[in-house]
Design a protein around this ligand. Structure first.
Ligand SMILES: [Zn+2]
Length: 74
């Protein structure tokens, strides 16, 4: 994955070792989605972020096969 915007650097990895933060994360992950959002997107829909890895897709980095994904995911 290209880190074009330096997101990886922006993440405070030390926070992930904080028990309080871990507990909050656990809560988020254990929460069950109330309603499943219907996904009506089609192959040629342009997404700002990759549908799979959530990375912002720059024009030259978009998948040729499915515009919803970045080149890494598809
Ligand atoms: Zn992706």
């Amino acid at each position: 994955m290209k880190d074009v915007f330096g997101f990886n650097k922006a993440i405070n990895w030390d926070k992930l070792n904080d028990p309080k933060v871990l507990k909050e994360l656990e809560k988020v992950f254990n929460e069950k989605p109330k309603k499943k959002k219907k996904d009506n997107s089609k192959k040629n829909d342009m997404f700002l972020n990759c549908r799979s890895c959530n990375t912002i897709i720059t024009n030259d980095y978009r998948s040729k096969f499915d515009k919803r994904y970045c080149a890494d995911c598809l």
